[in-house]
Design a protein around this ligand. Structure first.
Ligand SMILES: Nc1ncnc2c1ncn2[C@@H]1O[C@H](COP(=O)(O)OP(=O)(O)OP(=O)(O)O)[C@@H](O)[C@H]1O
Ligand SMILES: [Mg+2]
Length: 363
């Protein structure tokens, strides 16, 4: 926009400032006059009826704007009407160097940003600190509970070992005395023999659970292993048992005794589940074997399913609660895993996944 019609009067006793302002304002298109003091300014006003002055005086309103100097510096120019005692009305033009103020604002902004970053970093550090403290707490708890379980396991193993010898003596003598006794005595001795057998089973389970499993890899037949496990469990004859084998080779290399124990424990649970049918599936992948035992029994609710693998958890009157923990121990020693799916009233499906080797390499 052209400013040729606007005239500005610059009053300052400093010659260099007057000159500077004049250049700036002329650069902006103003017609500029200068005066070194009030008197000179008044006489100038007398001799030149400046339209700008008249405009400012008549409106009584100041005007201001930012002007960039040729040096690139920004100055704030204010034009305002002034009334001098008994004198002519004048216009005062003041140029303010905004650099120090802008520098202060910039530095305040910088401080603000630095403060915000420090604040955010502190919050982040505090959150990380809390997170790691919680993690350390959990790890310490887990370590403590592992230590306790290890100690308990060792104690159980010693106890089981010490109980086993006198127990087999009790059972053996009861079996010996039983011969040729009357019915009443036989009945009592049978109770001793059966309970001794049960305790023997429990001590065996405890020893198996407490012992760190060592692996003995050899070739085994999967079909044969499943048949052996079923024969040992001897499920009720009314339970239908179906086997589905989809194997490229029946022989695999693994610790057969441990895998048999795993199958025995899982099939025994299925047989205990009041089911009508047990389906055993074996499928072979490239380097994995999947074994699944599915029953149509009572199933488990969420609470039982969550606890089922914990040592000594049982819902059975004569159960030890060590069946599934032994399965878990043996499979982890063999590099395998077990997963359980169950629905109340519909049945349970236990899946074992096991790495297998072709015999030339260890796994
Ligand atoms: N197939 C299944 N159907 C229903 N419940 C099951 C099944 N398998 C496991 N469970 C539940 O999990 C619990 C723990 O099983 P686990 O085999 O560890 O011990 P247990 O069978 O009770 O005792 P043990 O194996 O010494 O006879 C069982 O008591 C039962 O409640
Ligand atoms: Mg069991």
């Amino acid at each position: 926009m052209g400013r040729d019609n606007y005239r500005v009067l610059v009053v300052d006793d400093d010659n260099s400032i007057r000159l500077l302002l004049m250049r700036i304002l002329e650069g902006e298109g103003y017609t500029v006059r200068t005066a070194s003091n009030g008197r000179e300014a008044m006489s100038l006003c007398e001799s030149h009826k400046e339209p700008f002055i008249e405009d400012v005086i008549s409106s009584g309103l100041p005007c201001s704007s930012y002007v960039t100097l040729q040096t690139g510096e920004l100055v704030y120019v204010v034009n305002m009407p002034i009334h001098i005692h008994l004198g002519q009305p004048l216009a005062l033009s003041i140029a303010l160097h905004t650099y120090p103020a802008l520098a202060a604002v910039r530095s305040a902004r910088l401080h603000m940003i630095v403060l915000l970053i420090i604040n955010a970093a502190m919050w982040g550090l505090a959150a990380a600190f809390l997170y790691y403290m919680k993690k350390v707490d959990t790890l310490q708890l887990t370590a403590r509970s592992k230590e306790r379980l290890t100690a308990l396991g060792e104690m159980a193993a010693v106890l089981a070992h010490e109980i086993r010898t006198p127990l087999s003596a009790i059972k053996g003598f009861a079996q010996y005395i039983r011969q040729g006794q009357d019915d009443k005595t036989t009945e009592g001795l049978d109770v001793i023999i059966n309970e001794s057998r049960r305790l023997e089973g429990l001590t065996n389970d405890l020893l198996v659970y407490a012992r760190v499993p060592e692996l003995y890899i050899r070739p085994i037949s999967i079909g044969g292993l499943i048949d052996e496990a079923i024969a040992i469990v001897k499920p009720d004859e009314r339970i239908m048992i179906e086997k589905k084998l989809s194997l490229s080779e029946d022989t695999i290399y693994t610790d057969g005794e441990k895998l048999k124990q795993v199958l025995i424990n899982i099939i025994a649970n299925a047989a205990d589940s009041q089911c009508g049918k047990i389906t055993i599936t074996a499928a072979q992948g490239k380097r994995m074997l999947n074994l699944q035992v599915t029953d149509t029994g009572v199933g488990m609710d969420a609470r039982v399913l969550e606890q089922a693998r914990k040592p000594f958890f049982t819902t059975k009157a004569r159960g030890s609660g060590l069946g599934l923990p032994i399965v878990g121990n043996m499979l982890s020693a063999m590099g395998g895993s077990v997963s359980i799916e169950s629905r109340m009233g519909q049945g349970t499906s236990v899946t074992v996944t096991l790495p297998i080797s072709n015999g030339r390499e260890a796994f």
